[in-house]
Design a protein. Structure first.
Length: 194
């Protein structure tokens, strides 16, 4: 689900240059990583405004055509927003080659909630962790981790180690070799007795 973005190379550096860019309706960004030099680029502001309306964007590998430069595969590592307007004012893009491992927070997508026996009995389902930090190759990056809760009973909880993960995806908390990090992601309380 790649997206193609077009950027131009920024020749001027510094605060004044960034301010002039923003006045011209452009958003400065930097592309770094993969043992290559960082490249300063700029995007059209209107394009960026619409692009970030899609939450999946944060967990998608983007193809960036840099005018006068190379085409880069990147993931959004960080964005800064203007404190007053909330507009994106700067973007950090990390290169994501096929052999590049990236660590990112991705959201959980809980499915089957209405079918869960514990919920049908009147238990309350509580999502304890809306996102999880994963590590994988850039090409394997999922936009979300699906968690099937349809078989959960009252009083049950699901831990990180019990989740079905897409191929090539590792939950970083589980790589510490310490069970303290194996947190519950979702639980269902037992219904209160009347």
């Amino acid at each position: 689900m790649g997206q193609n973005w077009t950027a131009e190379i920024r020749t001027e550096e510094g605060k004044g240059a960034s301010r002039r860019l923003r006045h011209a309706g452009k958003v400065p960004a930097i592309i770094y990583g993969a043992d290559k030099d960082a490249v300063s680029v700029a995007f059209a502001g209107n394009f960026i405004k619409h692009a970030f309306e899609n939450a999946d964007l944060f967990n998608s590998v983007l193809t960036i055509d840099v005018a006068g430069g190379e085409t880069e595969s990147c993931v959004v590592k960080d964005i800064q927003r203007h404190p007053a307007t909330g507009d994106v004012s700067h973007i950090d893009l990390q290169r994501a080659g096929d052999k590049t491992y990236i660590t990112k927070d991705v959201p959980f997508n809980f499915t089957g909630k209405s079918k869960a026996p514990g919920v049908k009995m009147g238990g309350m389902m509580t999502i304890l962790q809306p996102t999880v930090e994963i590590r994988c190759l850039a090409k394997d990056l999922p936009t979300a981790i699906t968690v099937d809760v349809s078989t959960m009973e009252a009083g049950a909880s699901l831990r990180l180690s019990e989740l079905a993960l897409p191929e090539g995806v590792v939950i970083t908390a589980l790589t510490h070799g310490n069970t303290d990090y194996d947190q519950s992601v979702v639980n269902i309380t037992k219904p209160k007795r009347k």
